[in-house]
Write a protein that binds this ligand. Structure first.
Ligand SMILES: NC(=O)c1ccc[n+]([C@@H]2O[C@H](COP(=O)([O-])OP(=O)(O)OC[C@H]3O[C@@H](n4cnc5c(N)ncnc54)[C@H](OP(=O)(O)O)[C@@H]3O)[C@@H](O)[C@H]2O)c1
Length: 244
């Protein structure tokens, strides 16, 4: 447990980031910590989480790592129990996600299930389990890291596109339900950015011209920190040249 007692005692704002072991989740976590938030880092890879924690601590920030699988409801309930020891989680960033790309007829049921479970069911569970306290506190920010695949189709991506379109529906519905509790629901729709995401897919993609995690994270965090009574509902980020 990293700096847990300090987080509770100092009454700092507490944020949860899923998929914090690499890529965009790591970049968002570091920026939130630099902005003074205590960040709870959730993902499966303990080594990846430890590296994010090391970077945060080196920069003078505070965090807690909690190994979590967003496919497992018990794992998210255990994460909530750890978070409760820190304090009220006022920001949740649903960032964990996975892409498996294949021609439709060659795609597998296992890959369909995986993408639905990580990209859609996980954010549903995390948001449901963490938003109850936000409603009581009448304050909260719930971010959904979506994709341009949540707004438009791509070939050889049916399951990923379906999961991200579903995520948009989840976020839009939740936003309407939670407005009266002063909870801002923010969807982020980035085009391709350079990260491990592209190392895990079967086709090779040139990442050299893509956006960076840091660039995308900048907009995510500024939307979270926006202090006024406005909510930046949807953020679409593409490189100037367009997709790919
Ligand atoms: N890269 C892009 O071009 C791009 C574009 C648009 C949208 N996005 C979205 O951006 C988000 C972040 O992706 P990224 O590009 O930063 O990729 P990444 O580096 O591969 O990060 C994905 C993160 O999700 C976590 N994750 C995967 N399965 C999980 C599970 N079952 N439980 C908990 N955590 C899990 C991974 O951690 P563990 O493996 O340690 O669990 C990892 O931290 C995703 O939602 C992705 O769909 C990416």
């Amino acid at each position: 447990m990293d700096n847990a007692a300090a987080g509770k005692n100092m009454g700092r704002k507490v944020a949860l980031v899923t998929g914090a072991s690499s890529g965009l989740g790591r970049a968002v976590s570091i920026k939130l910590a630099l902005a003074g938030q205590f960040v709870i880092l959730a993902a499966r890879s303990e080594a990846g989480l430890a590296e994010t924690a090391r970077l945060i601590t080196a920069a003078g920030g505070q965090c807690l790592t909690v190994p979590t699988d967003v496919r497992q409801e018990e794992s998210i309930l255990a994460l909530k129990a750890e978070a409760d020891k820190i304090g009220f989680v006022s920001t949740v960033v649903n960032n964990a996600g996975v892409g498996k790309f294949a021609r439709f007829t060659h795609s597998s049921t296992a890959d369909w299930d995986l993408q639905m479970e990580v990209n859609l069911r996980g954010p549903y569970l995390v948001s449901r389990i963490f938003s109850g306290e936000m409603q009581i506190q009448k304050y909260g920010r719930i971010v959904f890291i979506n994709s341009t695949a949540g707004l438009q189709p791509y070939t050889e991506s049916a399951a990923y596109v379906a999961s991200k379109h579903g995520l948009k529906g989840l976020a839009d519905s939740l936003r309407e339900e939670l407005r009266k509790y002063n909870i801002k629901v923010i969807s982020v729709f980035p085009g391709a950015f350079s990260s491990d995401f592209w190392e895990k897919v079967s086709v090779e993609f040139d990442q050299s011209g893509m956006m960076s995690c840091e660039n995308v994270a900048e907009f995510v965090v500024s939307a979270i920190l926006e202090p006024s009574n406005l909510v930046i509902e949807d953020i679409v980020l593409r490189r100037t040249l367009g997709d790919f």
